[in-house]
Design a protein around this ligand. Structure first.
Ligand code: GDP
Length: 344
């Protein structure tokens, strides 16, 4: 995962640290390099001599290794390559700003130890990215126990993997002996209803449908009634996914919200659409308020920016990653694994 990004990130960090080293180099520190060449015995002699004179030799050496501090202007200029790399790999602007801000605090006007600069940058980046996910987490299996039927509504634009993700969630829950019913509330596309029915047949999950063009919230309502009557644990509602800025779509989703009051609203977005997914997330979150995120197609995402950015821009957790076209290709999001994929 993200092999190209990882490689470029490593090189960019390395280049950045070299540039910072050069910028902060003073004449004294250049001289200090020659200390390495002083033979051990000579060094002992020097120490003795200075000790005799009452001068702290090590203090003198320390002074010499100290470098010039980096100004804000210098930092901004040097950060540009890293900034560009992050943006190219779909990291959202606000996330790049946060990473820059965090790094600036450890670099600007700080006394830097030359040999430690690269580690400092890498640690700062790692900590910044980890902290992007500091939001309340959702334990789906625990939540589902709170109520029967537990109603989950899936939103997101067409083609992003919403239907497939619903089928994957149904499969995941089935493995845990949790029963589901699917509401075919994307009544806008006949193909969507058919697609869900095929998944339903394969998974042995009932799909509630009305005619093409009927009221999506009525289908959702019926699905919940069905679940109640049959003692089914979870209702999974599929919804239409025209353009995220489409007014009709948003009012349709708001109506589902009012009629069935879903317990959880999950946004499904494609990791590979990059910055677009952040725009969609913001729009859906603003209009209907989402609770959690599934990012699909991470198996073909070589950039990772969507994964890095989605939670920070919405303050909502990523609960699952879609990682293939089969039902079992759904895995829990793990920030440590993301860090591993980026840095190790
Ligand atoms: P929807 O229009 O949002 O419901 O999207 P679909 O669920 O129909 O998915 C669109 C296409 O993306 C289909 O060909 C899926 O097989 C494929 N797809 C969905 N999720 C994934 C995933 O995690 N990885 C890959 N590689 N393909 C996926």
């Amino acid at each position: 995962m993200f092999n190209t990004f990882k490689e470029k990130l490593k090189n960019t960090i390395s280049k950045l640290s070299k540039k910072i080293e050069n910028e902060t180099l003073t004449e004294e520190s250049t001289k200090a390099d020659t200390i390495d060449e002083i033979k051990r015995d000579d060094l002992v002699e020097e120490i003795k001599e200075h000790a005799d004179k009452g001068v702290g030799f090590f203090n003198k050496v320390k002074e010499k290794i100290i470098t010039k501090k980096l100004s804000k202007e210098q930092f901004n200029e040097l950060f540009w390559d890293l900034e560009l790399l992050l943006l190219e790999n779909n990291v959202a602007v606000e996330v790049v700003e946060k990473i820059k801000e965090d790094l600036s605090k450890t670099i600007i006007e700080k006394q830097l130890q030359r040999s430690k600069i690269e580690d400092l940058i890498r640690d700062s980046l790692r900590n910044s990215i980890i902290s992007l996910f500091d939001v309340e987490q959702i334990n789906l299996l625990e939540k589902i126990k709170e109520k029967r039927p537990y109603v989950i509504c899936f939103v997101g634009i067409n083609g992003t993997g919403k239907t497939t993700s619903i089928a994957k969630v149904a499969y995941f829950l089935k493995q845990k002996n949790i029963t589901t019913v699917i509401s075919a509330s994307d009544t806008f596309r006949a193909a969507a209803i058919k697609q869900l029915e095929t998944h339903g047949e394969r998974l042995g999950v009932k799909v509630i449908k009305h005619d093409y063009g009927s009221d999506p919230s009525a289908v959702a309502f019926d699905s919940r009634v069905f679940a109640k009557a049959k003692n089914i644990d979870v209702v999974l509602i599929d919804t239409a996914g025209r353009q995220h800025s489409n007014v009709n779509l948003m009012s349709e989703l708001e109506k589902i919200n009012r009629v069935v009051k879903p317990d959880l609203k999950i946004f499904v977005g494609e990791s590979i659409t990059g910055n677009d997914v952040v725009l969609q997330l913001n729009e859906f979150n603003k209009k209907i308020g989402i609770d959690a995120i599934i990012l699909s197609k991470t198996d073909i995402d070589d950039r990772g920016g969507a994964m890095i950015s989605a939670t920070y821009v919405t303050k909502k957790p990523i609960i699952f990653l879609g990682c293939g076209q089969n039902y079992e290709d759904l895995k829990k999001f793990n920030k440590e694994e993301l860090i591993k994929n980026l840095f190790e």
